[in-house]
Design a protein around this ligand. Structure first.
Ligand SMILES: Nc1ncnc2c1ncn2[C@@H]1O[C@H](COP(=O)(O)OP(=O)(O)OP(=O)(O)O)[C@@H](O)[C@H]1O
Ligand SMILES: [Zn+2]
Ligand SMILES: [Zn+2]
Length: 744
């Protein structure tokens, strides 16, 4: 048999060893070694044995084979799932241009040294008569500990170990002795931590004919082994979750597993509850508020088959399912699906890749699909599925727009318009519930006129200037900057200022206006504890509060049938961020938050307060007309050459030396210009980053646009080679991001 060689990545905990080493696969290990196998290899001068992972196998040695060492030993564990995940990590490290190690750390739980929580119980193993004798003799000999234990055990027959040692204060030696004499038995049973407690519900909803048609389509593709990516575009409240659950049921029946991704942790409670009611103990959950131990337990159970559906944000994508059948991404348009740490992957792309590796289907669901996904669907790359109506033919809520400039003219300077104020009062009287949404994205960053609504924008880029603390307004797309004007350039009003209201201020104000209303607030301040989302949402869901005030986290996914009024306090805040995606984000946010109203028997109303009532994002959100919005936005993207028509790579340069970072950024741009054939790339910048100084480090950004994604990867590789060859960027950190969802 020809000799085979394995590329091995050495112990993942050594950050600096981000390269592979080739080893000979010895005869006796030939059939034990595959991609993903964990092995022990001799390393370095002393040939110390260390752990590594096989990431590739070939027939060709890279150097003189007599210089290669042999793999010492391979672990006997089944490798299938690790091998799939390692394959995925390798793809990620290439696609997002990160180190192999950081990609591996993302997909595999590296630190596995967490102890299982053990539950031990003490059982009485002698009969009643014997027990009484023992109690009598303990009394005589004045053995108080034994007496105490026996009397309690006689009644309960078995007790929790910790209770016995801590509460009854029985010494360990005594327990040992009793065990030795076969009076008691200490039985330990592995006990998995359960992060959620719900009951399985037996009554099932019957799918509507519209839901059924979609379920049938996906399921029949699945059974004929056509594993595709679907885009389920269903209006708010159309019952997408039921569709997911029915499809998953079939996947489970076929002996395979499912992953359900949700955009953020605030939605975990509702989704896990719904899935748990349907599937019981088979549902697992992974999110950042679980303890290390809880997370590890979920991982182990997914691996051993106890858990078959993993629900959670991003990281649930890496659940170690051997036979993954489907990945669902709910609210697929959400920006939280993009990782903000290296590798900066997009969950949708990784999900599609993972599905390809394991022959699984992917369902993306949203009432407001991302521009990218909808374009893919129109081009036939994803299969488009639509739910155009709400369940039971319930109407979508009526959305009205209030022009806050008018309110000001009428002398109303408060944050509530007259119409929103009277509607709130009306619902409080009717004992119906209200959600007040404060759009905090772009908080305090752009500058607008309170009188005419004018927003100060860069004349080259059609994006709002960003307000900087030194009183300067800077365009982060071209670098142009101006001083903050003292009057509105359009109407000369002096009510021009940067924007923003905090949630807490809103809560205080609303409470003062409606003293009898029971108010809950949900934002990052009120949700720092592990179960705070759950508490707030359960309280509101049970009707123990009238008004829920919150930021983005109240906007989507929630299903509260008694909510009949949704108020949006400042729709504009996300409209003029220095970001070409701001229209899309505003539209989907408003449509999503509007979609929380009228999901039960009573029709809902939505009131959107804005200074830009004519903006097409707001107008289309009012009509809840996704297609119209898409058509307007896509033509803008085409003209401006933004994604999905191009790909963008960001280079962020960071240094404590301001002059150096600026000088280098210009040099780098020249260098890139020289290496490009300029026909198919566009360079924008360098400019100072939105946060141009952070922790005393100065930040410059360069944007490169290219139609072909791989061009960007090539450019990046070249820059790195130059860097390694002449140590060019030594006193500087350089970060790359591909198709970022926010501007830098
Ligand atoms: N077939 C059905 N029969 C009766 N009620 C249903 C059915 N399917 C779903 N529902 C109910 O309709 C409501 C809305 O469903 P769901 O929350 O899944 O909507 P959605 O499409 O995910 O909306 P959003 O995009 O706003 O999150 C839920 O209360 C759900 O229980
Ligand atoms: Zn500009
Ligand atoms: Zn003005």
């Amino acid at each position: 048999m020809a000799k085979r060689y394995a590329d091995i990545i050495i112990d993942i905990l050594h950050q600096d060893l981000d390269k592979t080493f080739q080893y000979i696969i010895p005869e006796m290990l030939q059939d034990k070694i595959a991609i993903g196998t964990s092995v022990e290899v001799p390393f370095g001068k002393g040939n110390k044995l260390i752990k590594g992972f096989v990431i590739n196998i070939s027939n060709k040695p890279q150097i003189d084979p007599s210089k290669l060492k042999e793999i010492h030993k391979s672990s006997n564990e089944k490798v299938n799932i690790e091998s799939q995940l390692i394959q995925l990590a390798l793809w990620m490290s290439n696609q997002y241009s990160s180190t192999i190690i950081s990609a591996l750390k993302t997909v595999l739980p590296i630190h596995q040294k967490i102890k299982h929580k053990e539950e031990k119980r003490i059982h009485l193993v002698i009969d009643d008569t014997k027990c009484k004798e023992l109690i009598e003799s303990a009394k005589k000999k004045n053995h108080v500990a034994i007496l105490r234990l026996m009397e309690t055990l006689k009644e309960k027959s078995n007790l929790d170990y910790t209770y016995v040692t801590k509460n009854l204060k029985i010494p360990l030696a005594t327990l040992k002795k009793l065990e030795l004499n076969q009076i008691i038995e200490i039985i330990s049973k592995e006990n998995y931590r359960k992060p959620h407690n719900f009951n399985k519900n037996q009554s099932y909803t019957q799918p509507t004919i519209f839901q059924q048609k979609i379920i049938d389509e996906v399921v029949s593709d699945y059974y004929s082994e056509k594993f595709k990516t679907y885009l389920l575009h269903g209006v708010t409240g159309s019952g997408k979750t039921e569709v997911y659950m029915r499809i998953i049921e079939e996947v489970l029946n076929s002996g395979r597993q499912a992953i359900v991704l949700i955009p953020e942790i605030s939605l975990t409670h509702q989704t896990v509850k719904r899935f748990y009611e349907r599937f019981g103990e088979k549902v697992g959950v992974i999110h950042s508020k679980l303890s290390q131990g809880e997370r590890y337990d979920q991982y182990v159970q997914a691996k051993n088959g106890a858990i078959q559906i993993m629900v959670g944000p991003r990281s649930a994508l890496f659940a170690p399912f051997e036979n993954l059948g489907i990945i669902i991404i709910d609210e697929e348009h959400e920006t939280t699906y993009k990782s903000d740490t290296t590798p900066k992957y997009h969950s949708k792309e990784v999900a599609i890749k993972r599905a390809e590796i394991s022959n699984a289907s992917v369902v993306l669901g949203s009432a407001t699909p991302s521009m990218e996904s909808y374009t893919e669907a129109l081009e036939g790359n994803y299969k488009l599925l639509e739910l155009k109506e709400r369940i039971d033919n319930r109407p979508l809520p009526t959305v009205s727009i209030v022009d806050m400039r008018e309110e000001l003219i009428q002398g109303n300077k408060s944050m509530l318009s007259e119409s929103l104020r009277s509607s709130i009062l009306d619902r409080l009287n009717k004992k119906e519930q209200i959600i007040l949404f404060i759009n905090r994205r772009g908080y305090s960053r752009f500058v607008s006129c309170r009188e005419c609504g004018f927003v100060i924008k860069c004349d080259h880029c059609d994006v709002a200037f960003t307000y900087h603390n030194n009183g300067k307004l800077i365009c982060h797309y071209c670098g142009k900057n101006i001083s903050m004007p003292s009057t509105c350039p359009s109407c000369k009003s002096k009510y021009i200022k940067q924007f923003g209201t905090g949630t807490q201020k809103v809560e205080e104000y609303i409470q003062k206006e409606f003293p009898r209303a029971r108010i809950l607030r949900m934002d990052t301040d009120t949700t720092s504890k592990k179960d705070s989302y759950e508490q707030i949402l359960t309280k509101f869901g049970d009707g123990r509060a009238d008004i829920l005030i919150g930021t983005q986290m109240v906007a989507k996914g929630h299903d509260f049938p008694n909510v009949t009024l949704v108020g949006v306090l400042a729709a504009d805040l996300s409209l003029y961020m220095n970001d070409y995606r701001s229209s899309e984000r505003t539209f989907s946010l408003l449509t999503q938050v509007a979609g929380r109203a009228g999901r039960g028997a009573i029709k809902g109303d939505v009131i959107i307060q804005t200074y830009s009532p004519e903006h097409f994002s707001i107008q289309n959100a009012r009509m809840q007309d996704y297609n119209n919005f898409y058509n307007e936005e896509i033509s803008y993207r085409r003209i401006m050459n933004y994604p999905p028509f191009t790909n963008i790579m960001v280079i962020l340069l960071i240094s404590e030396d301001e002059n150096l970072v600026i000088k280098t950024s210009y040099e780098l741009v020249n260098l890139i210009k020289n290496m490009l054939d300029s026909t198919n790339c566009d360079i924008i910048g360098p400019t100072p980053a939105s946060i141009s100084k952070m922790n005393n480090l100065f930040r410059q950004v360069i944007y490169i646009k290219a139609e072909e994604y791989n061009r960007l990867l090539e450019i990046k590789k070249k820059i790195e080679i130059i860097n390694v060859e002449n140590n060019k960027y030594n006193n500087m950190a350089m970060q790359f991001d591909f198709n970022p969802l926010f501007s830098y």
